[in-house]
Write a protein that binds this ligand. Structure first.
Ligand code: NAP
Length: 306
């Protein structure tokens, strides 16, 4: 038997219940992972609230959690590269990583280096893949100035540090309590809200070459004004992107190249993904509430069986 966080109706965090479920069996090309840690993402509560359901009711009991770290405890057919007992991390194949056991595609997981804890490893897949994908789409390179909206969020932190490692200057929007934190990771912090463009112009008199919007809070017109070109702006969170001629980057690419680029920088201490807070699996509802309230400093993690 296995346990998983499940919900049967869209709604607020109280719908999340720790439930006994059958042990999932890996299909062809999949592994089963005894989960140790799960990264909580803004996407988790958006799905739970039905924001992505287009008005359709929930088709059946659903899980939550898209990234995890743990130990392989079974492999499916056609899996030769992994065996039981190996410590791995990556994306869930089911969207139900908040569980004692979950499934992942054999090509979608990575060996966990010993120097990375399970909590740290579970914090990486979504933030690293999204940051790497969007910076590549923007063509960020040495000598440029990048504006990151929501720079203190999971994706924003990773994008900020990766762009810094690639030699770019980063202006990051955040609430004032996060400004010292952003300075520590090499960004020039700017408060969001009214008067944003003037503050960004005075922080970056050289001009803004590219913008990554991780906030989704109506910053696209200001971002276009700052770069002079919607092509130089990408959002991962603003559904009005098309109205502004801005690209919405949504489709996750393979995480392999992103992790290959970022893991060595983490190992060298040049990139760091802070853990905002850790909750046991059974407190998943509390973790979702915390994510929904925003104002994090890094990732929220659920731990399993500790
Ligand atoms: N399209 C994709 O592929 C993709 C992938 C991953 C995530 N996402 C989406 O991208 C967004 C960011 O994800 P995340 O995991 O980084 O979120 P997160 O960790 O929950 O961070 C949210 C951040 O938003 C900031 N914030 C709150 N109000 C703001 C405002 N008015 N202006 C600017 N920043 C503000 C907060 O900063 P302060 O504490 O400083 O206020 C907080 O650090 C979410 O909407 C998520 O669903 C999309």
């Amino acid at each position: 038997m296995s346990q998983a966080i499940r919900y049967t109706d869209y709604g607020d965090a109280d719908v999340l219940q720790l439930t006994d479920v059958p042990l999932p069996e890996p299909g062809s090309g999949q592994v089963r992972i005894a989960v140790k840690a799960v990264g909580v993402n803004a996407l988790d509560w958006k799905i739970r609230k039905g924001f992505l359901s287009e008005g359709e009711p929930l088709p059946g009991p659903s899980g939550t959690g898209i990234e995890l770290a743990g130990i392989i405890d079974a492999v499916g057919d056609d899996v030769s590269q992994w065996k039981a007992g190996q410590a791995v991390f990556g994306r869930s194949a089911t969207g139900g990583a908040a569980a004692t056991h979950d499934l992942a595609g054999a090509d979608e997981i990575f060996g966990k280096p010993e120097w990375l804890s399970f909590e740290q490893a579970a914090a990486l897949p979504v933030a690293v893949e999204t940051a790497y994908r969007t910076l590549r789409q923007l063509g960020v390179r040495e000598g440029q100035t990048l504006l990151v909206h929501a720079a203190a969020g999971g994706v924003g932190l990773m994008a900020t540090q990766l762009a810094r490692a690639w030699g770019a200057t980063v202006i990051g929007t955040a609430g004032e309590p996060n400004h010292a934190f952003l300075r520590e990771i090499g960004a020039i912090p700017v408060t969001y809200g009214e008067g944003l463009t003037e503050r960004v112009r005075s922080a970056a008199p050289q001009g803004i070459d590219a913008v990554l919007d991780g906030s989704g809070r109506g910053v696209l017109p200001d971002s276009i004004a700052l770069t002079g070109d919607p092509e130089k702006v990408i959002t991962i969170a603003d559904l009005t992107a098309a109205e502004h001629g801005v690209r919405f980057s949504a489709r996750p690419g393979p995480a392999g190249p992103a992790l290959e680029a970022v893991l060595p920088l983490i190992g060298q201490g040049r990139i760091h993904m802070p853990i905002d807070s850790v909750y046991p699996l059974e407190k998943a509802a509390e973790a979702h509430r915390h994510s929904e309230n925003g104002h994090l400093q890094g990732k929220i993690i659920l731990t399993v069986g500790q």
